[in-house]
Design a protein around this ligand. Structure first.
Ligand code: PEP
Length: 251
């Protein structure tokens, strides 16, 4: 495998409160040495961000992020978290537009774009997710949907801002289902995304991760494609030894 820089991102969803997050990272970091060409990102539940940040202190290869934020820096939005709040807790990144936010909570392209612009303005690194549903794929609309989602992002920030953005292609039908996109499918959509970025003047190499039922058995085939700059993983990131093994496979 080439030695380009890879991002391994763990999306813990509603798993691992502060104690479990601390214990996870203590074990995981004990068995995972820093590597110059590998970044390890963790998206714990918001209540565990500070614990994760503290547990990873001194490990520059680890980035802790929030799973969601509101675009407004403050205001009467009960139950929401602002960017300043999650940054104070220790978040350096934020997951934006995860398909569970889009499809279970009705987040629109417009809201995703606002969150992206707010993150860029505040210095929080956004990892923005795009991807089609099963019905959209089966209806031959994958390109159309992903192009639309990426255009909504391009409309919000300028070409230079993209130096601080990470994208994740996550086909909705592959998340938590055990069905992953083939490396060819992933590479094709990543290529499309990169084409759209280039067409709109984004010249730098924006990392594009693949996510959707990534595990120890399929990760190397996905990362073997030069279009895939890392992986965003839910289920297979929840146990420290298994996650350490997965991130070690590409070393
Ligand atoms: C995710 O939550 O972003 C994800 C890809 O989950 P899983 O790896 O479980 O499919």
């Amino acid at each position: 495998m080439s030695k380009r820089s890879l991002i391994y991102a763990a999306n813990w969803k509603m798993n691992h409160g502060p104690t479990a997050a601390r214990d996870f990272l203590a074990r995981f970091l004990q068995v995972t040495s820093p590597a110059a060409d590998r970044q390890l990102w963790f998206f714990p539940p918001a209540v565990s961000i500070a614990a994760a940040r503290d547990a990873a202190a001194g490990r520059d290869d680890v980035v802790v992020g929030a799973q969601n934020v509101h675009w407004e820096p403050k205001g009467a939005f009960t139950g929401e978290l602002s960017i300043p709040l999650v940054m104070e807790a220790g978040a350096r990144a934020v997951l934006i537009g995860h398909s569970e936010r889009r499809h279970l909570f009705g987040e629109t392209d417009e809201q995703v774009g606002r969150k992206l612009a707010a993150a860029i303005k505040s210095g929080l690194t956004p990892m923005v997710c795009v991807g089609e549903t099963l019905a959209e794929r089966e209806g031959g609309r994958t390109e159309q949907v992903v192009t639309r989602q990426v255009a909504a992002l391009l409309d919000r920030i300028g070409p230079a801002d993209w130096e601080r953005v990470v994208l994740a292609y996550e086909p909705v039908w592959a998340i938590g289902t055990g069905k992953n996109a083939t490396p060819d499918d992933a590479a094709q959509v990543h290529g499309l995304i990169r084409f759209e970025l280039g067409r709109r003047g984004v010249t730098g190499r924006v990392p594009i991760l693949y996510g959707g039922s990534v595990n120890q058995g399929n990760v190397l085939a996905l990362l073997a494609r030069e279009e895939v700059d890392g992986v965003l993983v839910g289920g297979a990131s929840l146990e420290p030894d298994g996650w350490a093994e997965l991130v070690g496979l590409g070393a």
